[in-house]
Ligand binder design. Sequence first.
Ligand SMILES: C[S@@+](CC[C@H](N)C(=O)[O-])C[C@H]1O[C@@H](n2cnc3c(N)ncnc32)[C@H](O)[C@@H]1O
Length: 282
Amino acid sequence: MSVAADKIRNRQRIIWDKFAAGWKKWDAELLDWQRPFGAAVIQGAGLRLDSTVLDVASGTGEPGLTAAALVPGGGVELTDISAGMLQVAQEKASTLGMGNVRFRVCDAAELPFDDGTFDAVLCCFGLMFFPDMRAALREMVRTAKPGARISAAVWGRAAANPWASLVLGTLAQHTELPAPPADMPGLFRCSAPGFMTRLFRGVGLLAVQERTVSTDLVHDSPASYWEFMTDIATTVATGLALADEEARSLIRSDVFQMLGRYEHGGLLRLRSTATIVTGIRA
Ligand SMILES: C[S@@+](CC[C@H](N)C(=O)[O-])C[C@H]1O[C@@H](n2cnc3c(N)ncnc32)[C@H](O)[C@@H]1O
Protein backbone atom coordinates (compact mmCIF):
# COMPACT_ATOMS: atom_id res chain seq x y z
CA MET A 1 0.00 0.00 0.00
CA SER A 2 1.34 3.48 -0.89
CA VAL A 3 2.23 6.01 1.82
CA ALA A 4 -0.65 8.27 0.69
CA ALA A 5 -3.16 5.39 0.89
CA ASP A 6 -1.85 4.40 4.29
CA LYS A 7 -2.28 7.97 5.52
CA ILE A 8 -5.90 8.11 4.30
CA ARG A 9 -6.68 4.75 5.86
CA ASN A 10 -5.25 5.77 9.23
CA ARG A 11 -7.05 9.10 9.13
CA GLN A 12 -10.32 7.30 8.42
CA ARG A 13 -9.72 4.98 11.37
CA ILE A 14 -9.11 7.92 13.72
CA ILE A 15 -12.13 9.89 12.46
CA TRP A 16 -14.54 6.95 12.69
CA ASP A 17 -13.28 5.93 16.13
CA LYS A 18 -14.07 9.49 17.22
CA PHE A 19 -17.57 9.39 15.71
CA ALA A 20 -18.53 5.98 17.12
CA ALA A 21 -20.14 7.61 20.18
CA GLY A 22 -22.35 9.75 17.90
CA TRP A 23 -23.41 6.70 15.88
CA LYS A 24 -24.28 4.88 19.11
CA LYS A 25 -26.30 7.85 20.36
CA TRP A 26 -28.33 8.07 17.12
CA ASP A 27 -28.52 4.32 16.43
CA ALA A 28 -32.34 4.10 16.36
CA GLU A 29 -32.65 7.10 14.01
CA LEU A 30 -29.87 5.83 11.74
CA LEU A 31 -31.53 2.41 11.51
CA ASP A 32 -34.91 3.93 10.65
CA TRP A 33 -33.47 6.25 8.04
CA GLN A 34 -31.14 3.82 6.30
CA ARG A 35 -33.37 0.72 6.40
CA PRO A 36 -34.43 0.98 2.71
CA PHE A 37 -30.78 1.17 1.61
CA GLY A 38 -29.71 -1.83 3.70
CA ALA A 39 -32.74 -3.79 2.49
CA ALA A 40 -31.83 -3.08 -1.15
CA VAL A 41 -28.22 -4.16 -0.59
CA ILE A 42 -29.38 -7.38 1.10
CA GLN A 43 -31.93 -8.03 -1.64
CA GLY A 44 -29.16 -7.71 -4.23
CA ALA A 45 -27.03 -10.28 -2.38
CA GLY A 46 -29.42 -13.22 -2.99
CA LEU A 47 -29.01 -14.71 0.50
CA ARG A 48 -30.07 -18.27 1.36
CA LEU A 49 -30.85 -19.56 4.85
CA ASP A 50 -27.36 -21.09 5.12
CA SER A 51 -25.30 -18.35 3.43
CA THR A 52 -21.94 -17.29 4.83
CA VAL A 53 -21.80 -13.54 4.42
CA LEU A 54 -19.07 -10.88 4.61
CA ASP A 55 -20.05 -7.32 5.52
CA VAL A 56 -17.27 -4.84 4.69
CA ALA A 57 -17.16 -1.48 6.54
CA SER A 58 -20.03 -2.60 8.81
CA GLY A 59 -19.54 0.35 11.14
CA THR A 60 -22.07 -0.02 13.95
CA GLY A 61 -23.48 -3.18 12.36
CA GLU A 62 -25.47 -2.64 9.20
CA PRO A 63 -26.38 -4.32 6.99
CA GLY A 64 -24.54 -7.26 8.61
CA LEU A 65 -26.77 -7.62 11.68
CA THR A 66 -29.97 -7.49 9.64
CA ALA A 67 -28.50 -10.04 7.22
CA ALA A 68 -27.55 -12.36 10.11
CA ALA A 69 -31.22 -12.76 11.05
CA LEU A 70 -31.89 -13.96 7.47
CA VAL A 71 -29.19 -16.66 7.48
CA PRO A 72 -29.92 -18.70 10.63
CA GLY A 73 -28.06 -21.69 9.20
CA GLY A 74 -25.09 -19.61 8.08
CA GLY A 75 -23.36 -16.58 9.54
CA VAL A 76 -22.01 -13.09 9.00
CA GLU A 77 -18.47 -11.73 9.43
CA LEU A 78 -18.71 -8.01 10.22
CA THR A 79 -15.53 -6.08 9.44
CA ASP A 80 -14.41 -2.47 9.75
CA ILE A 81 -11.21 -0.43 10.05
CA SER A 82 -12.56 1.30 13.18
CA ALA A 83 -12.50 -0.76 16.38
CA GLY A 84 -14.74 1.89 17.98
CA MET A 85 -17.52 1.53 15.39
CA LEU A 86 -17.31 -2.27 15.41
CA GLN A 87 -17.45 -2.32 19.22
CA VAL A 88 -20.91 -0.69 19.03
CA ALA A 89 -21.99 -3.38 16.53
CA GLN A 90 -20.72 -6.09 18.86
CA GLU A 91 -22.62 -4.64 21.83
CA LYS A 92 -25.82 -4.56 19.76
CA ALA A 93 -25.35 -8.18 18.66
CA SER A 94 -24.80 -9.32 22.20
CA THR A 95 -27.88 -7.40 23.45
CA LEU A 96 -29.89 -9.14 20.71
CA GLY A 97 -28.33 -12.51 21.64
CA MET A 98 -27.14 -13.15 18.08
CA GLY A 99 -25.02 -16.29 17.78
CA ASN A 100 -24.12 -16.36 14.07
CA VAL A 101 -22.04 -13.17 13.85
CA ARG A 102 -18.31 -12.54 14.17
CA PHE A 103 -16.32 -9.31 14.19
CA ARG A 104 -12.90 -8.47 12.72
CA VAL A 105 -11.13 -5.12 12.73
CA CYS A 106 -9.41 -4.92 9.32
CA ASP A 107 -8.85 -2.79 6.25
CA ALA A 108 -11.17 -3.49 3.32
CA ALA A 109 -8.09 -3.76 1.09
CA GLU A 110 -6.50 -6.47 3.26
CA LEU A 111 -9.28 -8.87 4.21
CA PRO A 112 -8.07 -11.61 6.57
CA PHE A 113 -10.05 -14.41 4.89
CA ASP A 114 -9.17 -17.22 2.49
CA ASP A 115 -10.01 -17.14 -1.20
CA GLY A 116 -13.57 -18.21 -2.00
CA THR A 117 -14.92 -18.10 1.58
CA PHE A 118 -18.22 -16.23 1.24
CA ASP A 119 -21.56 -16.82 -0.51
CA ALA A 120 -22.25 -13.08 -0.52
CA VAL A 121 -20.40 -9.83 0.21
CA LEU A 122 -22.14 -6.64 1.37
CA CYS A 123 -20.76 -3.11 1.65
CA CYS A 124 -23.03 -0.24 2.63
CA PHE A 125 -21.69 3.34 2.39
CA GLY A 126 -18.09 2.20 2.80
CA LEU A 127 -16.45 2.36 -0.63
CA MET A 128 -16.29 6.17 -0.83
CA PHE A 129 -14.02 6.20 2.24
CA PHE A 130 -11.43 3.67 0.99
CA PRO A 131 -8.15 5.10 -0.36
CA ASP A 132 -8.10 2.49 -3.13
CA MET A 133 -11.63 1.36 -3.96
CA ARG A 134 -10.45 -1.00 -6.68
CA ALA A 135 -8.05 -2.78 -4.32
CA ALA A 136 -10.85 -3.21 -1.76
CA LEU A 137 -13.25 -4.50 -4.38
CA ARG A 138 -10.62 -6.98 -5.62
CA GLU A 139 -10.40 -8.30 -2.04
CA MET A 140 -14.18 -8.70 -1.90
CA VAL A 141 -14.02 -10.65 -5.18
CA ARG A 142 -11.11 -12.79 -3.96
CA THR A 143 -12.86 -13.79 -0.74
CA ALA A 144 -16.20 -14.49 -2.50
CA LYS A 145 -17.04 -17.95 -3.88
CA PRO A 146 -17.53 -18.32 -7.65
CA GLY A 147 -21.18 -17.37 -8.30
CA ALA A 148 -21.39 -15.26 -5.12
CA ARG A 149 -23.03 -11.85 -5.30
CA ILE A 150 -21.33 -8.64 -4.24
CA SER A 151 -23.80 -5.92 -3.33
CA ALA A 152 -22.98 -2.34 -2.30
CA ALA A 153 -24.52 1.06 -1.62
CA VAL A 154 -22.89 4.45 -2.21
CA TRP A 155 -24.38 7.93 -2.09
CA GLY A 156 -25.92 9.27 -5.29
CA ARG A 157 -25.48 12.79 -6.65
CA ALA A 158 -25.30 15.81 -4.35
CA ALA A 159 -28.49 17.32 -5.83
CA ALA A 160 -30.41 14.16 -4.85
CA ASN A 161 -28.96 14.29 -1.33
CA PRO A 162 -29.91 17.58 0.33
CA TRP A 163 -29.62 15.82 3.72
CA ALA A 164 -25.83 16.32 3.29
CA SER A 165 -25.38 18.80 0.42
CA LEU A 166 -27.35 21.47 2.28
CA VAL A 167 -24.64 21.75 4.94
CA LEU A 168 -21.70 20.94 2.62
CA GLY A 169 -22.84 23.58 0.08
CA THR A 170 -23.27 26.21 2.79
CA LEU A 171 -19.88 25.28 4.22
CA ALA A 172 -18.28 25.80 0.78
CA GLN A 173 -19.90 29.25 0.49
CA HIS A 174 -18.50 30.43 3.81
CA THR A 175 -14.99 28.99 3.62
CA GLU A 176 -12.13 28.81 1.15
CA LEU A 177 -11.98 25.03 1.47
CA PRO A 178 -11.13 23.41 -1.88
CA ALA A 179 -13.40 20.55 -3.02
CA PRO A 180 -11.73 17.18 -2.26
CA PRO A 181 -9.91 15.66 -5.25
CA ALA A 182 -11.86 12.87 -6.99
CA ASP A 183 -9.60 10.14 -5.59
CA MET A 184 -9.94 11.28 -1.96
CA PRO A 185 -12.64 10.07 0.47
CA GLY A 186 -15.82 12.08 0.07
CA LEU A 187 -19.57 11.45 0.21
CA PHE A 188 -20.16 11.96 -3.52
CA ARG A 189 -17.01 10.35 -4.84
CA CYS A 190 -18.91 7.43 -6.43
CA SER A 191 -21.99 9.36 -7.49
CA ALA A 192 -21.45 9.90 -11.23
CA PRO A 193 -23.92 7.81 -13.24
CA GLY A 194 -22.28 4.55 -14.32
CA PHE A 195 -19.25 5.03 -12.03
CA MET A 196 -20.06 1.99 -9.89
CA THR A 197 -20.88 -0.20 -12.89
CA ARG A 198 -17.47 0.58 -14.38
CA LEU A 199 -15.77 -0.13 -11.04
CA PHE A 200 -17.57 -3.47 -10.63
CA ARG A 201 -16.96 -4.52 -14.25
CA GLY A 202 -13.33 -3.43 -13.93
CA VAL A 203 -12.67 -6.14 -11.31
CA GLY A 204 -14.30 -8.81 -13.46
CA LEU A 205 -17.76 -8.92 -11.87
CA LEU A 206 -20.54 -10.21 -14.14
CA ALA A 207 -24.18 -9.21 -14.67
CA VAL A 208 -23.52 -5.85 -12.99
CA GLN A 209 -26.67 -3.87 -12.22
CA GLU A 210 -27.11 -0.40 -10.76
CA ARG A 211 -30.30 1.08 -9.34
CA THR A 212 -31.36 4.08 -7.30
CA VAL A 213 -33.12 4.02 -3.93
CA SER A 214 -34.39 7.15 -2.16
CA THR A 215 -35.85 7.89 1.23
CA ASP A 216 -36.13 10.92 3.53
CA LEU A 217 -34.04 11.83 6.53
CA VAL A 218 -36.71 13.09 8.96
CA HIS A 219 -36.16 15.41 11.93
CA ASP A 220 -38.64 17.35 14.03
CA SER A 221 -36.56 20.55 14.32
CA PRO A 222 -33.52 22.31 12.82
CA ALA A 223 -31.72 21.85 16.15
CA SER A 224 -32.24 18.07 16.02
CA TYR A 225 -31.05 17.90 12.38
CA TRP A 226 -27.95 19.98 13.20
CA GLU A 227 -27.06 17.89 16.24
CA PHE A 228 -27.49 14.68 14.22
CA MET A 229 -25.32 15.93 11.36
CA THR A 230 -22.51 17.16 13.56
CA ASP A 231 -22.59 13.90 15.57
CA ILE A 232 -22.61 11.39 12.69
CA ALA A 233 -21.62 12.99 9.36
CA THR A 234 -17.81 12.87 9.44
CA THR A 235 -17.43 14.84 6.20
CA VAL A 236 -19.64 17.64 7.52
CA ALA A 237 -18.14 17.72 11.00
CA THR A 238 -14.53 17.68 9.80
CA GLY A 239 -15.33 20.49 7.32
CA LEU A 240 -16.96 22.54 10.09
CA ALA A 241 -13.96 21.95 12.34
CA LEU A 242 -11.77 23.67 9.72
CA ALA A 243 -13.97 26.81 9.64
CA ASP A 244 -13.46 29.57 12.21
CA GLU A 245 -15.97 30.36 14.96
CA GLU A 246 -17.66 33.18 13.03
CA ALA A 247 -18.01 31.12 9.83
CA ARG A 248 -19.44 28.18 11.81
CA SER A 249 -22.10 30.33 13.36
CA LEU A 250 -23.01 31.84 9.95
CA ILE A 251 -23.19 28.37 8.39
CA ARG A 252 -25.49 27.18 11.18
CA SER A 253 -27.86 30.12 10.87
CA ASP A 254 -27.95 29.87 7.03
CA VAL A 255 -28.70 26.14 7.25
CA PHE A 256 -31.47 26.72 9.83
CA GLN A 257 -33.03 29.30 7.52
CA MET A 258 -32.84 27.08 4.42
CA LEU A 259 -34.34 24.13 6.29
CA GLY A 260 -37.68 25.94 6.03
CA ARG A 261 -38.06 24.72 2.46
CA TYR A 262 -37.86 21.09 3.62
CA GLU A 263 -40.71 21.38 6.14
CA HIS A 264 -43.77 19.26 5.40
CA GLY A 265 -46.55 18.75 7.94
CA GLY A 266 -44.43 20.06 10.82
CA LEU A 267 -41.46 17.77 10.06
CA LEU A 268 -38.23 18.34 8.17
CA ARG A 269 -37.86 15.85 5.33
CA LEU A 270 -34.54 15.82 3.50
CA ARG A 271 -34.17 13.55 0.47
CA SER A 272 -31.40 10.99 0.51
CA THR A 273 -30.55 8.88 -2.53
CA ALA A 274 -28.20 5.95 -2.92
CA THR A 275 -26.91 3.92 -5.83
CA ILE A 276 -27.21 0.19 -5.19
CA VAL A 277 -24.89 -1.90 -7.31
CA THR A 278 -24.63 -5.67 -7.55
CA GLY A 279 -22.43 -8.05 -9.48
CA ILE A 280 -21.67 -11.77 -9.64
CA ARG A 281 -18.23 -13.26 -9.09
CA ALA A 282 -17.13 -15.29 -12.11
C1 LIG B 1 -20.74 5.60 6.76
S1 LIG B 1 -20.02 4.34 7.73
C2 LIG B 1 -21.01 2.99 7.17
C3 LIG B 1 -21.27 1.98 8.25
C4 LIG B 1 -22.35 0.94 7.93
N1 LIG B 1 -22.00 0.08 6.84
C5 LIG B 1 -23.68 1.57 7.70
O1 LIG B 1 -24.16 1.54 6.54
O2 LIG B 1 -24.27 2.09 8.66
C6 LIG B 1 -18.47 4.04 6.91
C7 LIG B 1 -17.59 3.00 7.57
O3 LIG B 1 -16.46 2.73 6.71
C8 LIG B 1 -15.39 2.37 7.56
N2 LIG B 1 -14.12 2.46 6.82
C9 LIG B 1 -13.49 3.57 6.37
N3 LIG B 1 -12.35 3.21 5.76
C10 LIG B 1 -12.25 1.87 5.82
C11 LIG B 1 -11.29 0.92 5.34
N4 LIG B 1 -10.21 1.30 4.68
N5 LIG B 1 -11.53 -0.40 5.57
C12 LIG B 1 -12.63 -0.80 6.24
N6 LIG B 1 -13.57 0.06 6.73
C13 LIG B 1 -13.37 1.37 6.51
C14 LIG B 1 -15.51 3.38 8.68
O4 LIG B 1 -14.76 3.01 9.83
C15 LIG B 1 -17.02 3.43 8.91
O5 LIG B 1 -17.43 2.56 9.93
